[in-house]
Design a protein around this ligand. Sequence first.
Ligand code: PEP
Ligand code: MG
Length: 319
Amino acid sequence: RRSAEALACYQPAILRDGHRVEVVANIGNAVEAAQAVDAGAEGIGLLRTEFLFLQRATPPDEDEQFDAYHTMTRALNGLPLIIRTLDIGGDKEVPYLSLPAEQNPFLGMRGIRLCLERPDLFRPQLRAIYRAAATGPVRIMFPMIATLDELLVAKAMAEEVRQELNAPKVEIGIMIEVPSAVLMAPELARHVDFFSIGTNDLTQYVLAMDRLHPSLARQADALHPAVLRMIDLTVKAARANGIWVGVCGGIAGDPKGAAILTGIGVAELSVSIPSVAAIKAKLRLHTLAECRALAGAALQAATTAEVRALSMPASLAVA
Ligand code: PEP
Ligand code: MG
């Protein structure tokens, strides 16, 4: 028999005033899809497909990718799976692609930019995804979108593949992780079904601090008010266009971060597998009114230290 505490991870994260936040997981392979379900995740908010391309000599072909995605939809048994298309480049190198060395890889040919240049990689992946969509609720997500043009070209390629396969439509979303995408969010929102904010990259690009730099790691904190204000802008733009917003960067798995994001209006938190139960438990302690008050204070703060020092305001809305 499992204790009530152990079983709580399988219950949804419902705040004390009834507001529900979806808690899903970030994964990199099929084994982790099963582990995420065991940990209580309500689905997968981010499948980092580049992990299927690492530590091997050639790229996985369409069939191999389809098999991997299918194994995941089977493990998820009806729970949603957001498949992020390849985000190679930046910190994720793939030796067999022999991509030219770059001076600034995080500002170079990475993510969707590389995929648009390399249909030989992008098309088989899109085909595998549309085939997998017949086996469970799959959504497509494009990484590193910086301009509307990129989104429209990527969507056109996806649509071409879909028609080729005669497959049904699937929801399409984008990562919001580049400052230009935040500022253009009202325009981008008209062309997608959802946004997922990648706070790891967004923090690096907003603060101009390399996410891997050992001396900057402490300062490159997604709870910096500049990053939070970017998230707030994104949520407002999404709301105005009737689409939902998730966060799949590391700050979603931080207890204070989760409460602030919920208060800003983020609907879905995608966290590492070990954080699923803890984030659900943390959210259940609060009301949405409390989270909103906390978020309001965080958005007014001048420094990360001020945000980190905030405590949850006393409840405004408990009977
Ligand atoms: C992010 O940038 O926050 C993100 C979730 O994507 P990745 O860490 O894979 O770049
Ligand atoms: Mg990213």
